[in-house]
Design a protein around this ligand. Structure first.
Ligand SMILES: *Cc1c(COP(=O)(O)O)cnc(C)c1O
Length: 374
């Protein structure tokens, strides 16, 4: 059998150091990059949360302000611009005011976001190891204007009462920012709810703070059990994937946890065919299965990251489907208040009239198959 071999940077205490030394001041940031006037002005004048781990900061390009990691992490004055963002976006999108849609008769706790009948997103913390500038929960997490109670106990209580829920997606903030003891309590509590069939953990720490994947954490998540854990990480650019990411994904998978990726199509970061294809190929090379790519949501202050709605489908059409390994293809979705709506390329069907379906390949070859009546 394979033995779990942990690296020295995965030892207890290392990830806490990364968090304690979060790069969140001009002075600390200047140890990694040559700060531009816009970056400096934004950090000095925008009164918002920002910061990342020393590890993630070390991936930044010192001299290039267009470095994707810099753009995803360092505040910009463009965050003041807002043409498309919706006020109170989170309340609208996560149905925080409505209960009747799902036949509920009491208000849901803030920690439970619901868009579907059989599953919920369970928000257990509002802190992250690294704050993404395009965060769709930025009102609560970055701008901190919207105050929500991300209280796990209230959420657990609600989930226990709702027998129709079979899938709980733990999110944040970043749930792996919780202590091992709290994570153990959460997972054990969820696993003891009879109607739950699966648990999902959504985290960016395998790539912003791989140190977090310790032996103890893996023991908590990977203990023998009936209720599987599925993990989704959040990676948008090939540069975010390092040997350390590769190592911890291997550890996570060996603990019996499947790993997928949910990314966002971001203007000037991954919205060209080459970067988009490389990202998805590189994810597979470290054993991460692409799951979703999102249209950048309508949170306020993130217009500068938002590509046109069609962009994700175009990138899949021109860069992935047929052009490379089929496993590399994510589903492109728009997150709405009625759940996620897929917007995939639609070049395949040229016609389905009469007796034949006329189909087109990724290289525009035209073929047909019989139209089978019901
Ligand atoms: C995204 C999301 C889910 C999960 O959706 P899947 O398509 O099953 O991955 C569940 N609940 C909420 C509120 C969500 O935003």
């Amino acid at each position: 059998m394979y033995e779990l071999k942990m690296e020295s940077w995965q030892e207890e205490g290392q990830w806490q150091e990364q968090i304690k030394n979060q790069v969140n001041t001009l002075e600390k940031l200047s140890q990694y990059i040559d700060i531009t006037p816009d970056e400096e002005k934004a950090i000095k004048t925008l009164n918002i949360r920002w910061g990342t781990t020393p590890y993630y900061a070390s991936l930044m390009d010192k001299n290039n302000p267009d470095c994707p990691i810099r753009k995803m992490v360092i505040p910009s004055m463009k965050e003041n611009e807002n043409k498309y963002g919706i006020p109170n976006y989170l309340v609208f999108k996560e149905n925080r005011e409505k209960t009747d849609r799902f036949g509920e008769n009491e208000k849901r706790p803030d920690s439970v976001a619901r868009q579907y009948d059989d599953r919920v997103a369970f928000t257990v913390t509002d802190v992250c190891a690294s704050y993404c500038r395009y965060c769709f929960r930025r009102e609560a997490i970055i701008d901190q204007e919207l105050h929500l109670r991300f209280d796990a106990e209230e959420g657990l209580c609600w989930i226990r009462k709702h027998e129709e829920i079979r899938d709980v997606l733990i999110t944040g903030g970043d749930p792996l920012m919780l202590s091992d003891d709290n994570i153990k309590y959460l997972i054990d509590s969820l696993r003891s709810i009879p109607h739950l069939e699966m648990i999902r953990i959504h985290t960016k720490m395998p790539n912003t703070c791989p140190h977090r994947i310790t032996k103890n954490l893996l023991e908590i998540l990977g203990r023998e059990h009936d209720i599987p854990i599925w993990m989704n990480v959040h990676i948008n650019h090939p540069k975010e994937i390092t040997d350390k990411t590769k190592k911890v994904i291997w550890d996570i998978i060996r603990a019996g946890i499947n790993v997928g990726n949910q990314g966002v199509v971001l203007k000037g970061i991954n919205d060209d065919v080459d970067t988009f294809r490389k990202l998805h190929q590189k994810l597979l090379s470290v054993r991460i299965r692409p799951y979703y790519m999102f249209h950048c949501q309508l949170a306020r202050g993130v217009d500068h990251f938002r590509a046109p709605v069609e962009k994700g489908a175009e990138l899949i059409r021109d860069g992935i489907r047929g052009h490379t390994t089929g496993l590399a293809q994510p589903m492109y979705v728009v997150a709405t208040n009625f759940g996620k709506i897929p917007l995939m390329p639609d070049y395949y069907i040229l016609g389905n009239g009469g007796t034949k379906y006329k189909l087109q390949s990724y290289k525009k070859d035209i073929t047909s198959i019989p139209h089978i009546p019901e």
